[in-house]
Design a protein around this ligand. Structure first.
Ligand SMILES: Nc1ncnc2c1ncn2[C@@H]1O[C@H](COP(=O)(O)OP(=O)(O)OP(=O)(O)O)[C@@H](O)[C@H]1O
Length: 234
């Protein structure tokens, strides 16, 4: 094969690879890869991996699959998961991430922040706030379907929570960026005592754990939220 013909053929393949996104996405992770999510696959994952969390399973399945299948959501999806340590909050976030991006938590489009690790010093709050806002803005500009997971929300400075709040609202765009397809997951131990109290009350009255309804928890959590400035649900 002549060098010129070979060069032209290679250039043609390269141009096709770069300009035809689906081809490119066969070899590299793409933001648009999983614009649709399999509800059945998510349900199967939740059923087979997550135990004892019937309420979380149901809410997460409906919220995540409904949100991803909506081509024009009015606001980002915000999930706030509460419970004692070791109840599966990080675990379920990983399941959600894996069902949206093949790389799961390692995906370029999934961002995990741990309050005590990433924002440890109260004296640096202004700096953290600027960095966090530009991180969110930059990543959503690059990929509208970005996922942000905030662990230890109950230990996060209230000023930083305020910095995130504008992105969770019904804005078409903020400074030229639309956040409506993004997903924010907040993990917190706040409200855990109330959740345990409700479960204990059900157990004491001889009821099954699965009989606990979302409204039983919502009431308990709203009381907790009212008394805790770091609860996102407020
Ligand atoms: N409901 C559950 N079903 C199945 N496995 C679970 C469940 N809860 C916890 N696990 C297991 O325990 C491990 C630790 O749980 P995980 O890190 O998700 O807890 P957490 O609620 O995020 O705790 P923390 O508040 O300390 O961050 C998980 O990786 C998983 O293997």
């Amino acid at each position: 094969v002549e060098p010129i013909s070979l060069g032209l053929a290679l250039a043609g393949v390269l141009t096709g690879y770069i300009s035809y996104p689906r081809l490119y996405c066969l070899f590299a992770e793409c933001c648009s890869q999983k614009q649709s999510l399999s509800r059945d696959a998510l349900q199967k994952d939740l059923d087979s991996k997550l135990f004892g969390q019937h309420l979380a399973k149901k809410v997460i399945l409906n919220a995540v699959s409904g949100f991803i299948s909506n081509p024009k959501p009015k606001k980002p999806l915000t999930l706030s998961l509460h419970g004692w340590t070791g109840t599966g909050k990080n675990f379920v976030s990983k399941i959600i991430a894996e069902n949206i991006y093949e790389g799961g938590l390692n995906s370029d489009y999934v961002h995990l922040f741990v309050a005590t690790l990433h924002f440890p010093h109260v004296s640096n709050i202004t700096l953290y706030k600027d960095q966090l806002q530009s991180w969110i803005r930059g990543n959503v500009s690059a990929c509208a379907r970005s996922i942000f997971i905030f662990d230890e929300m109950d230990k996060m400075h209230a000023g930083l929570i305020d910095a995130i709040k504008p992105y969770l609202d019904y804005y078409d765009n903020l400074d030229g960026v639309s956040y409506q397809k993004a997903i924010f997951v907040f993990l917190s131990n706040a409200g855990a005592e109330r959740i345990t109290d409700v479960a204990l009350d059900f157990w004491r009255s001889g009821k099954q754990r699965e009989e606990i309804k979302l409204r039983d928890m919502e009431h308990a959590l709203s009381v907790s939220a009212f008394n805790n400035k770091n609860m996102v649900l407020q």
